[in-house]
Design a protein around this ligand. Structure first.
Ligand code: B4P
Length: 190
């Protein structure tokens, strides 16, 4: 199964993707985690990405495409994947389609997790206290939300236009949201 999880910063994409990984046993590919890993390892790419992430801006498309192409070409994705954090604009969505067509691995489902902005601000403020992520400070979150509205929200229409989109309510407990996603995928909780 090949799934894209969409949603605003703090909507629960990473949280749900990790749970889906346990349930479906297919790789969870988080571009945020890949970039943070590269930054922590001090690679050239990582160092370039670090300052961009800390401002809350998007890393350039050509860099992201290279990362995603390389990851999707690895053997462990042959049974599917859960993509979290990519695509983040319509150009990335179009590039992903090209890569998946070339790999003969079309997308099964794009799932948009909808959460209102008040809840998002609370969740990220909690994570800022618990984890101290540099891009979770109030002003950076404001920038991430603005970029989401401007660049990422149109991706919802892109997948809706292709008949691949399902929207899921992201409020409630983590387990409740997971149940909704599993039912979209026609999977029982077991
Ligand atoms: P990401 O790592 O994707 O950051 P995110 O949008 O905040 O999502 P995340 O998955 O971490 O949080 P989640 O919603 O699960 O990206 C970071 C940065 O990397 C971007 O700003 C950008 O600079 C760069 N980047 C990444 N991909 C890129 C791309 N394709 N192109 C360009 N740049 C890119 O959860 C948030 C919090 O909510 C958690 O603490 C969680 O515990 C909590 N939570 C989740 N569900 C909840 C629930 N139901 N109830 C209560 N709390 C909940």
């Amino acid at each position: 199964m090949r799934i894209v999880l969409l949603g605003a910063p703090g909507s629960g994409k990473g949280t749900q993707a990790a749970l889906l990984f346990e349930h479906l046993e297919i790789p969870h590919i988080s571009t945020g985690d890949l970039l943070r890993g590269a930054a922590a390892n001090g690679t050239e790419l990582g160092l370039k990405a670090k300052s961009i992430i800390e401002r809350g801006d998007l890393v350039p498309d050509e860099i992201m495409l290279g990362i995603i192409e390389e990851r999707l070409s690895q053997a462990d994705v042959s049974n599917g994947f859960i993509l979290d954090g990519y695509p983040r604009n319509v150009e990335q969505a179009q590039s992903l389609d090209v890569v998946l067509t070339r790999l003969n691995a079309p997308l099964d489902e794009a799932i948009q997790i909808d959460v209102d902005s008040e809840a998002i601000i609370k969740r990220i403020a909690k994570r800022a206290q618990e984890e101290g992520r540099a891009d979770d400070s109030e002003d950076v979150v404001r920038n991430r939300m603005r970029i989401y509205e401007e660049k990422t929200a149109p991706v919802i229409d892109y997948y809706a236009g292709k008949g691949q989109l399902t929207r899921v309510m992201g409020s409630g407990t983590i387990e409740e949201v997971l149940q909704r996603i599993l039912s979209v995928l026609n999977l029982d909780r077991s």
